[in-house]
Design a protein around this ligand. Structure first.
Ligand SMILES: NCC(=O)CCC(=O)O
Length: 341
């Protein structure tokens, strides 16, 4: 057997050398396939009734804002070029009941917030959540049956239609059903059209998984305790994290029913679903980088275990590369500021 000759000139005969395009910054810039743009970012914001802005412990940089603070934040985001905000209410527990009746109040906090934003910052698109969980004492996204063992689908959808029409009347640009009831997109589309809101778009939380990554958000909106008061789990309506085909089926149903956006939530642990949905769907694909994804980057960076900015930017780039057209992310303002600067 011939021994390996260390002195011999050693050259691989390769038809391609991919490292050629990685050698300098300018070559790497030309070879870059994916970018995160400010136009891709949607900022989720939390509104509360009154008082000073309050930090959310597990989500550094996120605050519960009163309407005035919320409007000021929207002004800054619009000036940075962020195209949209998604508003979530932190409700006074006294306004919650088993039916989520406050959701049908034409003067509820969310609707006043929408009107204030649209009056002061008309150029930013406002997205509102269509779901009952902020308003129910049990924290579920719908109306329960008598013994509390099931979220009733069609009764819940009727309530969601009522909510969506109120939101459209308040001037919201996009309603976002996040409840995961069957048939709600078609019913909401029909209700909006019947009431003359043909131009109100629908962003469907289509592949919303029953995920542990929502933990910090539940603290932010004060629904963690509520969700714990019932034995009924959200996995009876949200999707099983193990399922891929089901996610695509549900999203394509939403598209057929009239969704203008289909969403995957969470994002980082579901990049395969984002890619597959981008390939299968004709409409805009949104991905929601949720609170747990945000919190884990902050926590690891605080411990000195990860580089904060690089990990943040890589997490968003990966979601774009997977195929998301827009990303709901708590990093929106920070990243927009960096991209503008
Ligand atoms: N409806 C909005 C959410 O549920 C947000 C979840 C999260 O950020 O963890």
């Amino acid at each position: 057997m011939k021994s390996f000759d260390k002195t011999e000139d050693f050259k691989l005969d390769l038809p391609r050398r991919p490292r050629r395009m990685r050698r300098t910054a300018s070559l790497r810039a030309m070879a870059q396939e994916t970018y995160v743009r400010v136009e891709d970012l949607i900022a989720p914001l939390i509104v509360k009734e009154a008082g000073e802005k309050e930090p959310v412990g597990s989500m550094p940089g996120l605050y519960r804002l009163n309407i005035e603070g919320l409007v000021a934040e929207c002004r800054e985001l619009a000036d940075l070029g962020v195209p949209a905000v998604a508003i979530f209410p932190n409700m006074d527990p006294d306004l919650k009941d088993a039916l989520g009746s406050e959701a049908g109040n034409p003067d509820t906090l969310t609707l006043r917030a929408v009107k204030a934003i649209k009056a002061a910052v008309p150029e930013i698109s406002v997205i509102t959540d269509v779901a009952l969980d902020p308003y129910t004492t049990h924290g579920h996204d719908g109306v329960l049956n008598e013994d509390g063992s099931y979220v009733m689908n069609d009764e819940t959808v009727r309530r969601l239609c009522e909510m969506a029409v109120l939101q459209a009347e308040a001037g919201v640009d996009i309603v976002a059903p996040s409840d995961m009831m069957d048939g709600r997109v078609g019913a909401i589309r029909a209700a909006l059209d019947t009431c003359g809101h043909i131009d109100t778009a629908i962003m469907a939380y289509s592949a919303k998984f029953a995920s542990a990554y929502y933990g910090p958000y539940r603290e932010a909106v004060g629904s963690a305790k509520a969700a714990g008061t019932t034995l009924l789990g959200k996995e009876t309506y949200q999707m099983n994290p193990a399922n891929r085909r089901e996610a695509i089926m549900d999203a394509l149903m939403d598209e057929e029913e009239g969704a203008d956006f289909v969403m995957v939530k969470p994002a980082g642990a579901y990049l395969d679903i984002i890619r597959e949905l981008r390939d299968a769907s004709e409409v805009t694909v949104a991905a929601y980088q949720v609170s747990g994804e945000y919190a884990q980057i902050h926590a690891a960076a605080k411990l000195g275990w990860l580089d904060y900015e690089k990990t943040r930017d890589e997490s968003l780039l990966a979601i774009k590369r997977a195929g998301a057209d827009v990303i709901l992310t708590y990093f929106a303002k920070e990243v927009a500021t960096k991209l503008k600067g």
